[in-house]
Design a protein around this ligand. Structure first.
Ligand code: KG4
Ligand code: ZN
Length: 339
């Protein structure tokens, strides 16, 4: 099967082509620079930028894969969740392409695509080696623990009750005067900081449920900086705060993920979403899984942040397994639970 997928749920415009489980091309145009001066994604600007970039990105994806649109067997697009006006751009383009070619169209849940992205290795879907897993999805908008009981059969165990882990990184970084998005910058500065310099709270770490909460951590950093304003004048002090906040976030994520896997008797742990790029999270998950004999699959860094490659792989798999195509007149689903 030859399938094209479009992703425009937030601030990345992306188009990918996949054939029989292999990504032929995946082009991503990021709007990070555009939004950085506002300290967050501005929906209207994101929408206009998708509108401007979608066709050039699509042209490049088709050229790189040396595919013509008329060769396609199916078309997919992210249907939700995401910023409604941004979603509309890619979803409607996908519907129009499928309609004009008279091919099936399938709308994909963005989180479900993140969920299965750790099963993509070197641009190829590896669903043949699939096994039940506990999956951590950590991004700027969501933090979730999911029990994947079988392929395409999953149940959400818990999620954040307030801020997502990525949001906590970004908001804390803003308090420290770092540029947006703060996650990658905090990761970089934390490498030369002391993670034990400050004992920031580890919210819900001991709670028996699988939910998360990160807004209290951000607030405690705000109070700390209010009481110690001199921190912002020293490069090393900023690095120490970055390392200490990162260590608190990572400890909560790793402990709760491993505990859920033990409780449910699952042998495999996976992680995906933008925050899975974080070097400390990758290292600590590797350490915990090696110690406790869990197989660990981390989404490759280029598949952690938003991309159409993961949308394309999941869409093709769903169509191959007999999922019904989405109605060509279907609407976007700006909030859409994973189940
Ligand atoms: O999955 P994603 O690209 O978009 C959403 O669906 O939200 O995730 C973006 C989030 C941002 O909050 C960003 O700061 C965070 O992922 N992020 C990181 C790192 N790289 C990206 N957070 C911590 N460390 C990183 N290296
Ligand atoms: Zn995402």
């Amino acid at each position: 099967m030859l399938l094209a997928a479009i992703e425009t749920s937030c601030d990345e415009t992306s188009v990918a082509l996949v054939r029989d489980g292999t990504i032929l091309s995946s082009v991503v145009s990021s709007q990070i620079k555009l939004h950085s001066e506002y300290g967050g994604v501005v929906p209207e600007l994101a929408t206009r930028e998708h509108l401007r970039n979608l066709l050039p990105v699509a042209r490049e994806a088709f050229q790189r894969a040396q595919i013509h649109a008329t060769d396609l067997d199916a078309v997919a697009a992210t249907q939700g969740p995401g910023l409604p006006p941004a979603l509309v751009i890619g979803f409607q383009a996908g519907q129009a392409l499928a309609y004009s070619l008279d091919r099936p169209f399938i709308g994909i849940n963005h989180h479900e695509a993140h969920l299965y992205s750790p099963w993509i290795h070197d641009g190829r879907a590896a669903f043949d080696s699939f096994e039940p897993s506990i999956s951590l999805i950590v991004s700027g908008g969501h933090t979730m623990l999911v029990h994947v009981r079988a392929e395409l059969d999953h149940v959400v165990l818990g999620s954040t009750v307030d801020d997502a882990a990525g949001e906590c990184f970004d908001k804390t970084a803003k308090l420290l005067g770092l540029s947006y998005p703060g996650g990658p910058e905090m990761d970089r500065l934390a490498k030369t900081g002391n993670p034990r310099a400050h004992d920031f709270p580890r919210p819900m770490i001991k709670d028996a449920h699988d939910d998360f909460s990160f807004s209290g951590l951000k607030t405690s950093v705000r109070y700390f900086l209010r009481d110690h304003p001199e921190t912002l004048e020293s490069d090393q002090s900023i690095r120490d705060v970055c390392a200490s906040v990162q260590s608190a976030i990572v400890e909560v994520l790793v402990q709760k993920t491993v505990r859920a896997a033990r409780r449910l008797g699952v042998k495999c742990i996976t992680a995906s979403g933008g925050v899975t790029c974080n070097s400390a999270l990758r290292t600590e998950l590797q350490r915990a899984c090696a110690q406790q004999n869990f197989k660990l699959l981390l989404a490759e860094p280029k598949l952690c942040t938003d991309n159409a490659g993961m949308i394309a792989i999941l869409a093709e798999r769903k169509l191959q397994r007999g999922n019904t195509p989405t109605n060509i007149t279907a609407d976007i689903r700006s909030s859409w639970t994973l189940e």
